[in-house]
Ligand binder design. Structure first.
Ligand code: SF4
Ligand code: SF4
Ligand code: FES
Length: 234
């Protein structure tokens, strides 16, 4: 009970609020009355929509975090970054040229990284974007693709970068190029593609599309129960 009654003072967008200490930033924002139409998606740390920057009063350091995954702390000054203007450039990845050529033409700023580590210190997923950028420069594209799989594209790293690198977009391009050129073809994926094209799943899809919201919810819950049961039996 003591835990429930404990409160902390925080600042959201420059305004001071007293909020329950056991709330996430997102929960506390909604508790004091913000309606998060932007900056709120999955609520599960997956979509990257709720990126925030914060400081703790009297302490050094500007930190990045996800509002749905981070608890409020006493003296927290928080601002949400529901959108950060990343530089997104497009290319036909089936065109010729090496991966290195494509990246250096599209995102030459990658080669201007000064190794300051600001991006890694800010990463909301505790990834190491500075190392991932170094991997791109070294031509270790597969490794970079693997290491950036958990990137939620929140853009907080890019907001801190003096070289103006749009890390999530660079990593996305590396993942696509690596999947296309460096990863061996997958037989089961190819089979799945053929199944979709041949219409194998059309009837099942039509059935699902015809269901009401309530029926879909029930189906979804059954799916979770079936998965948990099969996990228990493993
Ligand atoms: S590397 Fe990805 S998850 Fe980490 S801060 Fe950058 S965009 Fe967000
Ligand atoms: S913030 Fe930019 S310049 Fe600094 S290490 Fe990261 S990528 Fe390099
Ligand atoms: S709402 Fe999706 S990561 Fe927070």
């Amino acid at each position: 009970m003591e835990e429930v009654n404990k409160t902390v003072w925080v600042h959201f967008f420059g305004k001071k609020y007293q909020v329950p200490a056991n709330f996430t930033i997102m929960g506390a924002m909604e508790w004091v009355g913000y309606q998060l139409r932007h900056g709120c998606g999955c609520r599960g740390g997956k979509c990257g929509a709720c990126a925030c920057l914060y400081r703790i009063d009297g302490k050094k350091g500007l930190h990045g975090c996800l509002a749905c995954q981070t608890m409020v702390q006493e003296g927290m000054f928080v601002v949400m970054l529901p959108f950060f203007p990343l530089s997104s450039r497009s290319v036909d990845i089936r065109r010729g040229g090496s991966i290195q050529e494509i990246i250096s033409q599209l995102y030459p700023e990658v080669y201007h990284c000064v190794g300051c580590n600001a991006c890694s210190r800010a990463c909301t997923q505790e990834l190491n974007p500075m190392h991932m950028v170094a991997m791109v420069k070294q031509g270790r594209y597969l490794k970079c693709a693997e290491e950036s799989l958990e990137c939620v594209m929140c853009g907080v790293c890019a907001s801190r970068c003096p070289a103006e690198i749009s890390h999530p977009q660079v990593f996305q391009l590396v993942k696509r190029l690596a999947a296309m050129r460096l990863v061996p073809p997958s037989d089961h994926l190819e089979q799945a593609r053929r199944d979709v094209e041949s219409g194998k799943w059309n009837e099942a899809m039509d059935e699902i599309m015809a269901k009401s919201t309530e029926e879909l919810k029930e189906l979804y819950c059954q799916r979770n129960m079936a998965r948990r049961t099969s996990e228990r039996l493993r």
